[in-house]
Design a protein around this ligand. Structure first.
Ligand SMILES: [Zn+2]
Length: 67
């Protein structure tokens, strides 16, 4: 599998890592998302992660949801 957006399957734009899947099996790897899906889903680029946790995608809080 080459790099494609895990949300829409597209390959447009700058696909950047947003998570790690399948750490418990052989089908895993880094998952990437395109700019459009990152924006729609508020995905946090892995480069900006403050913690790794279980490697699943992280999301910015919805506007107005914090506090
Ligand atoms: Zn996408």
């Amino acid at each position: 599998m080459s790099a494609c957006c895990y949300q829409c399957g597209g390959t447009d734009g700058a696909l950047i890592p947003v998570g790690i899947v399948g750490q418990d099996n052989s089908a895993g790897g880094t998952i990437r998302a395109c700019p459009a899906c990152r924006k729609v889903n508020r995905l946090v680029p892995m480069a900006d992660w403050k913690y790794i946790g279980d490697g699943r995608p992280q999301y910015y809080p919805a506007k107005g949801a914090a506090r």
